[in-house]
Design a protein around this ligand. Structure first.
Ligand code: FAD
Length: 414
């Protein structure tokens, strides 16, 4: 627990009965930091960690209005893959995937990375062509994927009904080293390392204003008072529009709820992750035996961090056809998170019109898998002003029409 004794954490956990992440004894903020990161989700924490580890910048505070990983990082379905079409996407997602391979060792914290394989089903002729194209692109990018036929799909995942009725499985894009990881553990592992490096991870500290002088950021106003900084990183996912507004610029971002659910636990029946983009659903089985099921994003902008029955019904109805065995399962719980969607379904990692203020957002429905790579690139951008991983993802691309269009390649981008 870094600078906090195990006893203090246990005592706090006992007092508020809410588990040890909420019990993290947040330090009081200092008056001034070299860098402030807003948002203690995976991307904010990873940015802080690589600022310290790779660039020696450790006078850093990570400010979080709720609790560690309580945003989308702790609400996602944990799919990790790097089989994207566009080169900048393959670069950052593959960097992330390869960092996931030994993240547990690096953080000395078990993030339970499970490279069990991710399969994206082709259930229309359009998808067959699309995924073959992506497999060729991946070969050129050095990302290991393959296009497999329906027989191999059935071999890899026997519970799939490959013959229809509406959407027979015609093949799949298979990434054998894709998989899952424990989402909270990723946030906790990064936070603990940041704390060990002397950084302040401050929970229940909401940023309410961004202060600037002469077009340059000088600090933030928070629910715990004003705090100064030389550089500011805004990493708040679905709340990016609010923060940008505080900093005096606009973002091409829409916020919508994305929902997921888990079933009651059952015996192991599926040891790969399957995404069925045509019917708009995806599924894996957790270590506890629950079927983890996710669908598409809400069709309207909103900030409701919860699930809704009509959406769940839509997702499960669609998946039933491809996975008939789930038809009698009971749902255990459902939830939602607020995701930040850009028009080209690619993220923004960029300088902003406010000097020394940087933004990392727009990961939409698929940013969990990118956390280590995004943190790596964002830290480099903030420390040196440039990173090869982030250079395509500037805000300018929307003005200049330089889109990194993953929206067609991956209708569901998780
Ligand atoms: C249901 C669902 C399923 C998903 N499935 C997948 C998947 O399978 N694979 C995948 O790769 N991705 C998935 N995603 C997307 C992924 O979860 C996100 O892209 C990723 O977690 C974003 O991380 P983040 O650190 O940017 O944001 P977050 O984890 O949301 O962190 C941002 C933090 O900023 C804080 N904050 C906001 N405003 C303020 C403020 N004013 N002051 C201080 N703090 C503030 C928030 O409280 C929050 O903790 C899914 C998302 C959802 C909701």
């Amino acid at each position: 627990m870094g600078r906090y004794s195990a006893f203090a954490v246990a005592r706090e956990a006992f007092r508020n009965h809410k588990g040890w992440t909420r019990a993290w004894a947040s330090p009081e903020p200092k008056r001034k930091y070299d860098v402030i990161i807003i948002g203690a989700g995976g991307h904010g924490l990873a940015t802080a960690y690589y600022l310290g580890k790779n660039h020696g910048i450790r006078n850093v505070a990570i400010l979080e209005k709720g609790w560690l990983g309580g945003g989308n990082t702790g609400r996602n379905t944990t799919i990790i893959r790097s089989n994207y079409l566009q080169d900048p996407s393959a670069a950052i997602y593959e960097k992330a995937r390869s960092l996931y391979e030994d993240l547990s060792q690096d953080l000395n914290y078990n993030v339970m990375f499970s490279p069990r394989g991710v399969m994206m089903l082709a259930q229309t002729e359009h998808e067959v062509r699309g995924y073959k194209r992506t497999a060729h692109a991946n070969a050129l990018q050095g990302v290991t994927t393959e296009y497999v036929d329906p027989e191999r799909v059935k071999e890899l995942c026997p519970i799939i009904e490959t013959r229809g009725p509406r959407y027979p499985v015609r093949g799949a894009l298979w990434q054998a080293r894709g998989g899952t990881a424990r989402h909270d553990a990723v946030a906790w592992g990064y936070a603990r390392k940041c704390s060990e490096m002397g950084m302040d991870v401050i929970q229940k500290c909401e940023v309410t204003g961004v202060r600037s002088e002469g077009g340059k950021v000088v600090g933030v106003s928070t629910s715990k008072g004003d705090i100064d900084c030389d550089k500011l990183g805004v990493v708040v996912a679905g709340h990016s529009g609010h923060l940008a507004d505080m900093a005096g610029f606009r973002l091409p971002i829409e916020s919508v709820a994305l929902q997921a659910l888990v079933s009651e636990p059952i015996k192991p029946c599926m040891d790969v992750v399957v995404m069925a983009n045509t019917v708009h659903g995806y599924m894996s089985q957790s270590d506890k035996g629950e079927m983890v099921i996710g669908g598409g994003a809400d069709g309207y902008n909103n900030y409701t961090q919860r699930g809704s029955f009509h959406h769940i019904e839509e997702t499960v109805r669609a998946l039933n056809e491809t996975f008939p065995i789930i038809s009698r399962l009971k749902m255990l719980r459902q939830w939602g998170g607020i995701v930040d969607m850009t028009g080209d379904r690619s993220p923004i990692l960029s300088k902003t019109p406010l000097e020394n203020c940087f933004i990392n957002c727009g990961w939409g429905t698929g940013g969990f898998k990118a956390i280590p790579g995004s943190g790596w690139g964002m830290a480099e951008l903030m420390a040196t002003g440039h990173s090869p991983l982030t250079e395509a993802y500037t805000l300018d691309r929307f003005r200049e029409g330089r889109f990194i269009d993953e929206s067609v390649a991956a209708g569901v981008a998780h």
